[in-house]
Design a protein around this ligand. Structure first.
Ligand SMILES: *[C@@H]1O[C@H](CO)[C@@H](O)[C@H](O)[C@H]1NC(C)=O
Ligand SMILES: *[C@@H]1O[C@H](CO)[C@@H](O)[C@H](O)[C@H]1NC(C)=O
Ligand SMILES: *[C@@H]1O[C@H](CO)[C@@H](O)[C@H](O)[C@H]1NC(C)=O
Length: 412
């Protein structure tokens, strides 16, 4: 992440020496850049995860914070929350373009300023703007994701980093304020097929352009909606940045269906170097922070394990302004004053977004999207729609699920 602008200088150069890790210290990096995932980087001391919180006063949360990320998600601890509305992604129907960038720590896709990609709904009370897509991966299959599910890692994790654009003007301001950031995480397995969005970034022609640190390559014509599974649920918790300064401002949203990439694509990721071409090759892989204690933070999910066949309302990611439903320049379809209420009801009804309905949704501006946050309680509206809970159900719907299915199957 761009990194907050104001960080105190690395008094820790001294600490580095005190730790006896370095006989000499190379050219001093910018203070906000003075950290690594691995303890040893060419002999000179650069603080790895256990030291992040000790070497820079601005990063103290990395050491003492109690709301840190990533975490291990034990599915039996996930609480079903029927009040979670659907997640909403809005691209305005436009293709995405931007810069694929080897930061020396991650593969990062930085979208161009236009189009703005918004996400809201789910646990988010504010509209958040996409700022970076980040890829973390392991040196071998079955390791590499930052978050774990039932103590198991995936081969990679895609993180979509958004900032609260209603309260903050940019990412670095948001990362220091309450309710600042929302990160959507998607898990990745190695398999025979490949996610179409990731394929665009990981094809040979593209990924080999960013072999070394600071290499950048412009990519266009990307359809972000192709990144997401057809339908899915999500698990959310309150956490932190998983890089310094570890600010505890992040609402994490973990998508509960894994994506695939091929082993060739995974291999090409591992061939990327953390260093510029003038220095020795060190694979970017293993670029995740170790697990942090969950303590008694809540993990909330939006799929009702008691009715898995019903694929609970809200498990579908709703796309606004899909290209095929909103021709550029076409006048928006008329919207009557009751449309919003009906739309809310539709949201409960099913995950299907049939053509005409999607068209109606696409016509709404974010202001009206916020209307969705205010919803009647599920028992009332649900039973009105014939989808509700049985009369025996109390109004309090949060329950401890007996089983929670992660799809597909278990991580590998
Ligand atoms: C995203 O949100 C901003 C601010 O709320 C709004 O101006 C913009 O039109 C939205 N973009 C899309 C594609 O919905
Ligand atoms: C981000 O916003 C803050 C406060 O609004 C401002 O002071 C700062 O200069 C901005 N940073 C960038 C990089 O635009
Ligand atoms: C990913 O691969 C697995 C195993 O080959 C397959 O069962 C699953 O359907 C694939 N997922 C997607 C989204 O294609």
């Amino acid at each position: 992440m761009g990194g907050p602008a104001r960080l105190s200088p690395p008094r820790a150069l001294l600490l580095g020496a005190a730790l006896g890790a370095a006989a000499h210290i190379g050219p001093a990096p910018a203070p906000e850049d003075w950290w690594t995932y691995k303890d040893n980087l060419q002999g000179s001391f650069v603080p790895g995860p256990p030291f992040w919180g000790l070497v820079n006063a601005a990063w103290s949360l990395c050491a003492v914070g109690k709301r840190q990320s990533p975490v291990d998600v034990e599915l039996k601890r996930v609480l079903y929350d029927p009040f979670l509305p659907p997640l909403r992604l809005s691209t305005g129907g436009e293709k995405l373009q931007g810069t694929l960038y080897n930061t020396g720590r991650h593969v990062s896709f930085l979208p161009a300023p236009r189009p703005v990609v918004n996400v809201s709904g789910g646990p988010l009370l504010y509209s958040h703007r996409l700022s970076e897509l980040r890829l973390l991966f392991g040196a071998r299959d079955g390791a590499g994701s930052e978050h774990q599910i039932n103590h198991e890692s995936f081969s990679a994790e895609v993180q979509l980093i958004h900032f609260n654009q209603e309260l903050y003007g940019n990412l670095s301001a948001a990362s220091r304020g309450p309710n600042g950031l929302a990160v959507l995480a998607l898990f990745v397995n190695v398999a025979a097929n490949s996610n179409p969005f990731l394929s665009r970034l990981l094809n040979r022609d593209t990924i080999t352009r960013i072999s070394y640190k600071n290499d950048a390559y412009f990519v266009q014509d990307l359809s972000l909606e192709q990144l997401f599974p057809e339908s899915f649920g999500f698990i959310t918790y309150q956490g932190s940045l998983s890089t310094p300064p570890c600010s505890e401002t992040v609402t994490w949203i973990l998508i509960d269906r894994a994506l695939n990439v091929t082993s060739l694509q995974m291999h090409s990721l591992r061939l990327l170097s953390q260093n510029p071409p003038s220095q020795i090759f060190q694979s970017l892989s293993g670029n995740g922070r170790p697990l942090q204690p969950l303590a008694h933070r809540a993990l909330r999910g939006n799929r009702d394990p008691r009715h898995p066949e019903r694929r609970c309302r809200g498990s579908n990611y709703r796309l606004h302004g899909m290209p095929q439903t909103q021709e550029p320049g076409a006048p928006p379809p008329p919207v009557d004053p009751n449309a919003r209420a009906r739309e809310g009801a539709e949201n409960y009804k099913s995950q299907e977004t049939a053509g005409p309905k999607r068209r109606e949704l696409a016509s709404h501006r974010p202001r009206s999207l916020l209307g969705f946050v205010v919803q009647p309680s599920p028992p009332t509206l649900g039973s009105a729609l014939g989808l509700g809970h049985s009369p025996g159900d109390s109004g309090v719907q949060v329950s401890r699920p007996k089983t929670w299915h992660f799809e597909p199957g278990r991580p590998r």
